[in-house]
Design a protein around this ligand. Structure first.
Ligand SMILES: [Fe+2]
Length: 374
């Protein structure tokens, strides 16, 4: 079975879905933000359960939808360890296996386009596939002149890692600008214009003289991709002082709360449910202490005692929930207990937008503060 190959015409990016026909478990490689609805629709039409969303590298030409996909489907985010995509819960090492149904993808470290770039290899029994991102392209390869690229590393990745795969392995590139869809390792090893029959010196000479323009969206895309596609707040006044309110110590912005946590003044307390943290993501170093718990949203009987223990070191408490509602109630309770507690405005995800999607109107992730999927 071939992967489902999907195309995004602005950046000529291919997104791939590969799945196990029995269990319907699927992996999705290099999703593009503007195509999120299409990708979710394709998963639905094929009755697939997305278990992994993967990046071949931190892209400079488009923005990933990995974080939104993970939220909508429950998929795990994985990214190459060397790409600094800190929001991905699984940081892939060379050779790591990603199971889906009775199949698995193998991560192959193929640096050159970027230092962290990976390809993903799947031996499906009858057929073999390799998803090469911007490392091996059809009759070409990714550029190596920016973003930690290296022509020397690219030559090694192409000739020693990818061309070492079985010749009949089907090659599924990250882009094609001329409408071609796939190739094979055998064909590329024999005829690829950049590398076939070339010495390393000849290859480096070609790569170092391409004189390509700087990618148009690099300044926007790379930072967004380092947080799995959730963009940082552009402009807008950021509240960097406490807003006084009755009932508790005050409201603070996520940025102010984080600066207090970093300077050791405050303890960050995540009052969401265990399920929310596991599903949506969490802040590394935050102390989990649910205010209420699923399924019936009953009060957590251990809340008061937990809060007292977290405040025992004499630090302020900054309370984080999903959108900044429960954290107000929790801050009020903390104040009744005699503790200095602040509510973090907008919570982890902010309010839902007109399409009932969270994460676009504000919140911890929206502002680009550290977080990670489980
Ligand atoms: Fe790229």
């Amino acid at each position: 079975m071939n992967p489902i190959q999907l195309f995004e015409p602005v950046s000529c990016t291919y997104t791939y879905i590969l799945f196990d026909e029995d269990s319907r478990e699927a992996v999705l490689i290099d999703p593009v933000d503007d195509m999120l609805d299409r990708d979710v629709q394709v998963l639905r039409e094929h009755g697939l359960k997305l278990v992994w969303t993967l990046e071949t590298h931190a892209h400079a030409d488009h923005i990933t939808s990995a974080a939104r996909l993970a939220e909508l489907t429950g998929a795990q985010m994985a990214a190459p360890q060397g790409c600094n995509i800190g929001t991905a819960g699984v940081q892939l090492q060379d050779g790591q296996l990603l199971p889906f149904g009775r199949h698995q993808l193998k991560a192959l470290h193929t640096p050159g386009h970027t230092a962290g770039s990976m390809s993903f290899y799947a031996d499906m029994g009858v057929q073999r596939h390799v998803f090469t991102g911007d490392t091996l392209l059809i009759n070409g390869c990714g550029r190596t002149d920016f973003q930690s690229g290296s022509a020397q590393a690219m030559f090694h990745s192409l000739t020693q890692v990818l061309f070492a795969l079985p010749a009949d392995t089907m090659v599924w590139p990250g882009h094609d600008y001329q409408g071609r869809t796939y190739s094979s390792i055998g064909a590329e090893a024999a005829t690829n214009a950049r590398v076939a029959g070339k010495t390393q010196a000849q290859f480096e000479e070609i790569m170092n003289n391409l004189n390509l323009p700087r990618p148009k969206r690099i300044d926007e895309a790379v930072p967004a991709n380092l947080t799995s596609g959730l963009r940082h707040d552009a402009g807008g006044e950021i509240l960097m002082s406490v807003r006084e309110v009755p009932g508790y110590a005050g409201d603070v912005s996520a940025q102010l709360a984080w600066s207090w946590v970093q300077s050791g003044e405050a303890v960050l307390v995540d009052v969401r449910t265990d399920a929310e943290r596991a599903w949506v993501g969490f802040v590394p170093g935050a102390q989990p202490l649910a205010w209420k718990q699923w399924p019936d949203m009953a009060m957590n009987p251990a809340f008061d005692e937990g809060l007292r223990q977290l405040a025992a070191g004499g630090k302020k408490l900054v309370l984080l929930c999903r959108s900044g509602v429960r954290s107000v109630a929790a801050a009020q309770r903390a104040t009744e207990l005699g503790l200095e507690a602040y509510n973090i405005l907008e919570g982890f995800e902010g309010d839902p937008d007109a399409n009932a999607q969270r994460g676009k109107l504000g919140g911890w992730r929206f502002h680009g503060l550290p977080w990670r999927q489980n």
